[in-house]
Design a protein around this ligand. Structure first.
Ligand code: SF4
Length: 101
């Protein structure tokens, strides 16, 4: 009986460790140096956007208030369909920015 309980306990612990491991292995962040990121002028910090190249950029524009951002409000990072399989920072920006309605 005791052995069985220990076994169940170990299974539960093992499963939750696996689950948290999966959360930690979330999609990687977009690298500003990536070809696709460079092409779109993506920066992880909206204040670092190239003002000369993108004169319409404003500091208030950021991924977290972009219509394409897939993260939830308050998330530090989230998906973006322009960078499939990767995450952009909530305070990032790219030239495809579209204000969330
Ligand atoms: S499209 Fe929007 S969410 Fe995606 S990287 Fe550009 S600004 Fe961020």
């Amino acid at each position: 009986m005791t052995t069985r309980r220990v076994f169940i306990l170990q299974s539960v612990v093992g499963t939750s460790a696996l689950a948290s491991g999966m959360v930690m292995a979330a999609a990687p962040m977009v690298d500003e140096a990536d070809g696709a990121a460079k092409g779109l002028g993506y920066v992880a910090d909206t204040t670092k956007a190239d003002a000369k190249k993108y004169p319409k950029h404003a500091a208030a524009q950021m991924c977290s208030n972009c219509a394409l951002f897939q993260g939830k409000a308050g998330d530090a990072a989230g998906g973006c369909p322009l960078f499939a399989g990767k995450q952009v920072t909530a305070k990032g920006w790219c030239s495809a920015y579209a204000k969330k309605a």
